[in-house]
Design a protein around this ligand. Structure first.
Ligand SMILES: Cc1cc2nc3c(=O)[nH]c(=O)nc-3n(C[C@H](O)[C@H](O)[C@H](O)COP(=O)(O)OP(=O)(O)OC[C@H]3O[C@@H](n4cnc5c(N)ncnc54)[C@H](O)[C@@H]3O)c2cc1C
Length: 402
């Protein structure tokens, strides 16, 4: 991956992971980079400051045809580098892309009926409609699998009475933190079946009566992403909009494992961005009559940032290899997500420090990179939850509590 601003210095992709791609994939990545440089980089800080989502760029983003890369014949490494590169320029845009494509569209691919796919897949893949993934609840985040309180009751629309062969479901409950939740056309809602306690998935039209959404305000991270609190009050969803392929939370594990890989790639993108900005600043900013880059302590900080970044890319290239072999299990993925989240936190903190006071204003990019890292640290299984998944796998003992 090139460092566009300092062409005569080595790229932050110091071990040239990108060179493992074939030429066609490298060309596609270059296309993405051109789009990001022209249509995203100059404006991303402003969108973030104003907490505004740039819906107007979606047609151009869709035209790149990068969504759900596996269905388009791209490699796993390429899919990861796309997310890293997008994150490197704007974490919020990458998060929008992940929620829509890796959670909503992939769910349609994995669990949708032929009719659901026919109705939604083409438009969703081309961003003519947008989707959200509504799992987390106000009172249940890390423990949502067991603690989910949103309820689904199956009824007959004719009688309004409970009917285990009825044509309608009634949803009641609340979801929190739902990305794209304020403006999406559809959301994939997870709810517990009142009849047997199992978790079911529903494609809910956001315009249905009983759905109310409010934007979560005053965020310090991913401000461009529109996260919502969503309340469902007697929302009637046709049986035809239930995912018939889901009969328990276990069924979603494969999906969450894949999206977690993409979030782990976001930790790489964050570090590439932090290194790009900090190095440029260090070679330009003068103190004591010379650039910061002349000071040994600054060089050591930059080298630590680079080492973290290169190690993170190497680990993710290893995950891509395991994916190719069908051997990237949740413990491996959880290790990448937790370990690299910690590396990311160190890297962005060093970068912020190198920019001194300018590191706390978004005008210099670093403050946004620093703040956005906190959201990545927490979502798709927090650092602690992913650590506990690995701990359980390597000891045979669950330390989740409860
Ligand atoms: C910006 C953003 C976007 C998001 N987008 C979505 C979305 O689109 N859809 C969606 O469904 N959700 C989304 N989420 C929710 C996200 O998945 C949750 O925030 C996450 O799962 C953590 O849940 P929580 O915030 O309720 O924290 P809690 O579960 O309340 O955890 C609080 C703290 O306790 C720790 N903790 C919890 N349990 C244990 C334990 N057993 N041992 C040790 N420590 C523990 C956690 O690691 C964390 O540090 C998003 C969150 C954010 C911040």
């Amino acid at each position: 991956m090139s460092s566009p601003d300092i062409p005569d210095l080595p790229a932050a992709d110091f071990f040239a992971v990108e060179s493992m791609l074939g030429q066609a994939e490298r060309n596609k990545l270059a296309e993405l980079r051109d789009f990001l440089a022209a249509d995203v980089a100059p404006y991303a800080g402003d969108w973030w400051n104003k907490a505004e989502f740039p819906a107007h760029i979606l047609p151009k983003l869709a035209a790149l045809e990068l969504s759900t890369p596996a269905h388009r014949g791209y490699s796993n490494l390429f899919a990861g580098l796309v997310i890293a590169e997008m994150t490197r320029v704007d974490t919020s845009l990458a998060t929008f892309f992940l929620v829509h494509h890796d959670l909503f569209v992939e769910s349609l691919h994995a669990f949708g009926s032929p009719d659901q796919k026919r109705r939604l897949l083409a438009d969703a893949s081309n961003l003519r409609i947008t989707g959200a993934f509504a799992l987390t609840e106000p009172l249940h985040g890390s423990d949502v699998a067991g603690g989910m309180e949103t309820r689904a009751r199956r009824i007959s629309s004719g009688t309004g009475e409970a009917d285990d062969a009825g044509d309608t479901w009634v949803l009641n409950g609340a979801k929190r933190w739902i990305g794209n939740g304020t403006f999406c056309d559809y959301m994939l809602v997870w709810a517990r079946d009142e009849a047997d306690g199992s978790v079911r998935g529903f494609i809910v039209d956001a315009g249905l009566p009983g759905v109310s959404r409010s934007r979560i305000e005053n965020k310090i991270a991913l401000r461009t992403v529109q996260n919502a609190d969503i309340v469902f009050s007697d929302v009637r969803v046709p049986e035809a909009d239930r995912f018939s392929g889901i009969s328990s939370f276990e069924d979603t594990k494969e999906l969450l494992r894949s999206s977690r890989i993409m979030v782990a790639w976001q930790t790489v993108g964050q570090q590439l961005a932090a290194f790009d900005v900090a190095r440029q600043y260090a070679v330009e900013r003068q103190q004591f009559g010379r650039p910061l880059a002349h000071f040994q302590l600054i060089q050591q900080q930059l080298v630590t940032m680079l080492g973290n970044t290169v190690a993170s890319m190497g680990m993710m290239a290893g995950i891509a290899r395991l994916q190719d072999q069908g051997a990237a299990g949740m413990p491996q993925v959880a290790l990448a997500k937790s370990y690299l989240s910690a590396r990311m936190r160190e890297t962005v903190a060093l970068g912020r420090s190198i920019l001194g006071g300018n590191g706390i204003v978004t005008d210099y990019r670093m403050a946004k990179i620093f703040a956005d890292a906190e959201a990545i640290y927490t979502y798709e299984g927090s650092f602690e939850v992913n650590t506990l998944i690995v701990g359980r796998a390597i000891t045979g003992v669950s330390a989740f509590g409860g």
